[in-house]
Design a binder for this molecule. Structure first.
Ligand code: URA
Length: 290
């Protein structure tokens, strides 16, 4: 077996084990990919031509992302790093670096877990939040607390699942709250500056087609803009060439249960679906309208 192939295979297995250990139960894989995996190891030139592309299916109850392999063509160098095994290897290496990070000693000593991110590293859609809360710190996964459960519902309403998208935060560690028994605090500018390179690298590897920034801190971290989220939400922005939709943080929707606010977030998601060419049913279009 070519040693390159072994290396890439090991990295893919490690990545899948990693997803499994974080509770991901299903990964959607196309028949073509399964067929290719069942074959003997490809030549190096074929490995470099594996360019996975996610396609959204019609919005049915359980939408599946499929990974399709185009016919082998000469691959430009810039695209070589997007082959799935290479991406998985780079992602695993990045995750390992983040998990052992002690750049913010106060956060490294107070955290239970580094909350790196979760989901599909080939996702077309990526959500970015602020920072882990107590539940996320305890479980090592972003958006698993009350706000996270609402985010999961929002994702499901589009026809996607958490496993189809990628979810990360500006900060990978929970902001410490010394002397406080509960509550969260906003990350400091210094903490954001220190942690942001991990997120930039995640985005560079995933190369999503659309980023959704959840709340003002996510917008500030990604765009450097401190304009109020009320003004920005619903208006397309650009993060290094990638369309970015700012919207309210789900925690805001938990505090303000008004139908009008839910509708605003849903309109932002409809715009995201449109940008991704995901069909929206009449029923979906009318969510949260009186
Ligand atoms: N709020 C966030 O911004 N991120 C999380 O992971 C959880 C709550």
């Amino acid at each position: 077996m070519p040693s390159d192939y072994n290396h890439l295979l090991d990295a893919t297995i490690q990545h899948i084990e990693d997803l499994k250990s974080r509770g991901v139960k299903n990964i959607a894989v196309s028949k073509e990919t399964l067929r290719a995996l069942a074959q003997s190891p490809p030549a190096k030139s074929q490995i470099l031509n594996l360019q996975p592309q996610i396609q959204f299916a019609a919005p049915v109850a359980k939408t599946q992302a499929t990974i399709s392999m185009p016919a082998p063509v000469a691959t430009p160098k810039s695209e070589i790093t997007s082959s799935l095994p290479e991406k998985a290897a780079a992602f695993t290496a990045l995750r390992e670096r983040a998990l052992s990070c002690v750049k913010c000693p106060h956060l490294a000593s107070s955290r239970k877990n580094v909350v790196f991110g979760v989901g599909n590293i080939d996702a077309q859609l990526m959500f970015v939040g602020e920072a882990p809360g107590a539940d996320e710190d305890a479980q090592g996964e972003p958006f698993v607390g009350a706000a996270g459960q609402l985010l999961t519902k929002i994702i499901s309403a589009t026809g996607l699942s958490r496993a189809d998208v990628y979810i990360a935060n500006i900060l990978k560690c929970r902001p410490d709250t010394p002397g406080q028994l509960s509550g969260n605090r906003k990350p400091t500018a210094e903490e954001m500056k220190t942690c942001l390179p991990y997120l930039h690298e995640q985005i560079d590897l995933i190369r999503p087609k659309v980023i959704v920034a959840l709340g003002a801190t996510a917008v500030e971290g990604l765009l450097g803009k401190t304009v109020g989220i009320t003004k920005l939400r619903g208006n397309w922005q650009t993060y290094r060439g990638t369309p970015l939709m700012p919207t309210y943080h789900p925690a805001y929707l938990l505090r303000n249960q008004a139908m009008s606010e839910k509708r605003r977030v849903w309109e932002d998601m409809l715009a995201v679906m449109e940008k991704l060419e995901m069909p929206a049913s009449e029923k979906q279009r009318n969510y949260f309208l009186k």
